[in-house]
Structures are given as structure tokens and as C-alpha cells.
Design a protein. Structure first.
Length: 363
């Protein structure tokens, strides 16, 4: 069957009955009644699957491509002496279903601009569909006007990605769920809760003396979901942050942590100030072993040093963003990394095949 020039296969109208007026749908009376036509065969809306990676996290992209059994697309990405970013594909993506993996982690501005230029490159080479896979969404913490005369940069970035030419957006654990509403294209936000729950079930824990803790009010929903899946009680730390985000003060812990083992749940570790302060606060409140888990290990300076000196016995993160060897060495054996590659791979396969993503998580 010849391919249609549009993304969706055209439905060909049945030939008109002799003597019938255009648009006449009545059954002819001068001949036998024919059986209704069978539905036309569906034509795949998009071409072959293609996986590309920017420079922000090539190891993760390589794992995803390997999981899917698809070669990682060849591309040259570099900066000219004047720091302008340039992208050149090694082969054409015309008519292909392209997934571009590029978290906008530090250096955020460079990685974000590279993402936009990469999307534009794919669009100008006539990719059938472009899905921006951004495991970590930079500027996600600037998601509202919480003080006068400030931007909502999370919305601005969403607009930039859409205008650049992305047809779909895929990410993991946004800082705030409402960021999904900033996009006018289909958006999927994946959760790493199942990865952490499976990890703690595998290593084992005593439900009688373990408590899940949210380090602040904003993370209660995330911590509650982990607690429910593990069948553990929940505690919350009351924390207040200065307007400039540089200082926090912890006032109280809501829940019983005395003589309990603690699992602290957060979405990201930036400078690790909140996390290490929470660990110290919980230890002073009588907690025993302290374990932290967070999706995005940004680990800005001086996070590695703080974690090294903290009361945390284990820090469990994912590979949504890369961790340098220097930071890994400083944190030491207490750092454990869970890969999100199988999760991304399964979702990418479902999107490519036009199947439900929600079914993967039992809706």
C-alpha cells in the first residue's frame, strides 16, 4: 500500500453506486445489498524508532538505546570558539520517530541551549515526530511568582522547548506537578517511586521500627506515596526557607522518630543543605540509622563534602544526571545509584508503538 503524505493514513471512500447522488447514503433498491466494508488497515503514523543523545548525559542515553536494542544516533555536538553551540547529524532522520535524551542539569544554560538547537536540527531534517526526553528539568524550581517582580522560568523553558519544534515531552519527577500544565504538547512525567520501593524491599527493612520522613512540607505527597507502598508510617519536618533560598531553619518534626530507622525522601539533592540539616535534626530527635533517597543528584558545591560529613549512612539516587568521579569518591561507599534506563526504555517503546503509558504503572 503506498504511503500517505500525511502522518495519518487517509481513508478512501467507497465507490458511489450507479445513479446515486453525491452524499446519498441510502441503500440502493435496484441491486443486492452488499456486506459493510471492513475497516481500512491502519498505517503506522511514524517511521522507525531513533534515539539520540546530547552531551549532558550520554551514559544514560547509551543504556536506554542498548535496552531498546536500537543504535544510538550519530551526531557531532560542539562549541565554536565564540561559545556558539553547533549540532550536525551523521544520518538523516526524515520520517523517523525520534527521541532526544538531554537533561538540563548543570551547566544548565549550556545544556538547555543545546537541547533547543538539537530539536531544531531534527525538525529541519524532517523528523516525523520529536520527543524531548528531559530526565531532569532545569529551572523547575522557579515555577510560580512567590514574591514580587520575579519570573516563572519553568513556563518560559516549556515555551522554548515547544517553539523549538518538540512534538512531545517526557521527564522524570518534576519539582512541582503543575509544570505539566505549562506545556501545550503531550507531556508524560514519570515517577521513580517504584524504583526506590523495590530497592528498599530488596535490601529489607523492619516495618516496626522504620519511618519515612519528608524533609519539608512541599515533599509530603512524594514521601507519603513511598510510605504507603512500603507500609510504613510518615513523619514531616517543618522547615522555613529564606526568600533567596540560601538559608533554612527547621522547627519541629511531626511524627514519632524516637529510636526509629529513617528513610528521608526528596526529589533532588542540590547543595545537600536541607538533607544534611534534616539528618542532623532527626538524629537530635532520637532517630537511629538515617538513609536518604532522591531522584536527581545535582550535587552542587558543597554537596559532596556535606554528605561525606553527614550522619547519613546511605544516599540512594538515580542516574537522571551524571555524577563525576570526584564527587563519587568524596561521598564514598554510602552513595548508591539506581538506573532509570529500563523505566525510560519501557515508556519510549510504548510511546513509539502507540500504547498506553499509564498501563505500565497500572494507571
Amino acid at each position: 500500500m503506498p504511503k500517505s503524505s500525511s502522518r495519518q493514513g487517509a481513508v478512501v471512500a467507497p465507490p458511489a453506486q450507479p445513479g446515486a447522488a453525491l452524499g446519498d447514503t441510502s441503500v440502493p433498491t435496484n441491486g443486492p445489498v452488499t456486506a459493510p466494508r471492513t475497516a481500512p488497515t491502519l498505517i503506522r503514523m511514524y517511521g522507525d524508532l531513533a534515539i539520540f543523545s546530547g552531551t549532558a548525559n550520554r551514559p544514560l542515553a547509551a543504556k536506554v538505546a542498548d535496552y531498546l536494542g536500537v543504535p544510538l544516533g550519530g551526531v557531532d555536538v560542539f562549541q565554536f570558539p565564540n561559545t556558539n553551540t553547533f549540532v550536525r547529524l551523521h544520518q538523516s532522520v526524515r520520517g523517523k520517530d525520534v527521541f532526544l535524551i538531554q537533561p538540563t542539569c548543570p551547566p544548565t544554560n549550556d545544556n538547555l541551549m543545546e537541547l533547543l538547537i538539537f530539536i531544531d536540527t531534527l525538525r529541519r531534517d524532517s523528523a516525523a515526530r520529536i520527543t524531548a526526553v528531559v530526565p531532569y528539568y532545569g529551572y523547575g524550581r522557579t515555577d510560580k511568582k512567590d514574591q514580587p517582580r520575579v519570573p516563572i522560568t519553568a513556563r518560559l523553558v516549556a515555551d522554548l522547548i515547544t517553539v523549538a519544534g518538540a512534538d512531545r515531552f517526557l521527564t522524570i519527577d518534576l519539582h512541582a506537578g503543575q509544570i505539566q500544565g505549562f506545556f501545550t504538547i503531550p507531556t508524560d512525567e514519570l515517577s521513580t517511586i517504584s524504583l526506590f520501593v523495590n530497592y528498599f524491599k530488596r535490601i529489607g527493612f523492619n516495618a516496626d521500627d522504620t519511618v519515612v520522613v519528608s524533609p519539608d512540607i512541599g515533599g509530603v505527597r512524594r514521601a507519603r506515596n513511598v510510605a504507603e507502598r512500603l507500609g510504613l508510617p510518615l513523619a514531616i519536618i517543618e522547615k522555613r526557607r529564606a526568600f533567596d533560598g540560601t538559608e533554612t531553619q527547621m522547627y519541629n518534626v511531626i511524627g514519632n522518630v524516637q529510636d526509629k530507622n529513617i528513610i528521608i525522601v526528596d526529589d533532588e539533592i542540590d547543595t545537600a543543605g536541607t538533607l544534611t540539616d534534616a539528618a542532623r535534626f532527626l538524629r537530635e530527635a532520637g532517630a537511629r540509622e538515617l538513609i536518604a533517597c532522591a531522584t536527581h543528584p545535582i550535587l552542587s558545591k558543597p554537596a559532596a563534602k556535606r554528605l561525606q560529613k553527614s550522619a547519613l549512612s546511605r544516599v540512594v539516587v538515580t542516574d537522571t544526571v551524571p555524577i563525576s568521579d570526584k564527587k563519587r569518591a568524596r561521598i564514598g561507599d554510602r552513595l548508591e545509584v539506581i538506573s532509570v534506563a529500563p523505566l525510560l526504555g519501557d515508556v519510549i517503546r510504548r510511546i513509539h508503538e502507540g500504547r498506553s503509558v499509564g498501563e505500565l504503572f497500572n494507571e
